[in-house]
Write a protein that binds this ligand. Sequence first.
Ligand code: EPZ
Length: 418
Amino acid sequence: MVGLEIEGGKPLRGEIIISGAKNAALPLLCLGLMTSDKLVLKNVPKLADTVSMEGLLRHHGVQVDREGETVIMTGGASQFDAPYDLVRKMRASVLVLGPLLARYGEARVSLPGGCAIGTRPVDLHIRAMQALGAVVELADGYIQARVTHRLSGGRVVFPMVSVGATENALMAAALAKGPSELVNAAREPEIVNLANCLNAMGAKIIGQGSGNIKIEGVDDLQGTSHEVIPDRIEAGTFAIAAVMTGGDLTLHRTFGRNLDALLMVLKKTGARITETDDTIRIVAEGRPIATDITTDPFPGFPTDLQAQFMAMMCVAEGSSRISETIFENRFMHVSELLRMGADIQVDGGVAMVRGQRSLSPAPVMATDLRASVSLVLAALTIKGVSQISRIYHLDRGYSRLEEKLGNCGAILRRIKAL
Ligand code: EPZ
């Protein structure tokens, strides 16, 4: 098992170019199922998850070619079954459901199975498809969905905000017959990026980025060329790393306004933040001051930055209350941070963190994508050598992490068999 060895205790100083957003690229890639024309996606990060999604699309019959960070897709799908062995690797595979139903009238998608951060059901995805006229059955561990002629526009009300279910509903409604309305839709920038690409392909969508999205279904979608937005979670991860290590980082190719919630909190911890349209500079002013957070759907504090923020609070001045409201089990990083000497008490969805002047090196294990990067951040603050195992989780969501951090003074290297 490949691990990561980190010699910490040095401030991160330098510049990082932020890659395309994993969570924008994954639904955008599914649009390759919705047209036979050439669809060109630029700034697609090369990650384990995007490579998995490209593999799934090829399985469906889409011609997928990659030239660096550009992915070219043509041909559309010729088979509509997403098997367990492909879907279990990545929950986002469920995003082929809406596109397949909308364009081909049928889909058989394996249920994703659980993952480290919770059961993560797909009931909201299924209810959205049913609201658009699909007949959906669950059998043999699969979602079996079909529609006699064509999806028909309808009102989809989400009882709770769901990024993925909003994306599936948006893609399905784009080709349904007649008007649709998504109520209590997710407002993430990745959904705006997806809707804008659909509109460039001929869809008629308004209200993306608000909780109420209206779609006028069209008969077909054409090809286009579209750019994946920068990864706000990668940018936020590095911003937190700069503060934790007492450093000074300039992040390029960012959309600051997509990180307002984090930047506001970082200013409360004492960091100095300056922004231009597409750069953010973070300068630490001494040890971070402990600050409370509660995760919320966008534009609130992102759950995908909770683990990283907790790592920072472990070395902050004072105590912090961290409330995780999106997932029922997103504190998997706590036990590993405790091994590094952190002082954290968990009660249900709330963690109380008492900041220490420093943590201590210890071998730790990554459990999920964001938990694994929180351990990297913690190790960067520790004088001495820390080792993190199962870092394949990292490769799912961070491209060239060692190179980006290494260019800013971090000392980290991959090692065999931990
Ligand atoms: C997306 O996951 C992201 N993944 C996640 O990022 C992110 O944490 C999450 O949104 C919340 O922002 C991608 O975009 C590929 P949800 P998704 O549906 O769509 C419950 C990362 O680290 N729910 O918004 O799966 C669900 O259990 C990943 O990059 C249902 O109950 O999240 C959760 O508690 C991790 N039924 C809550 O809603 C459903 O049908 C929010 O989930 C769907 C979701």
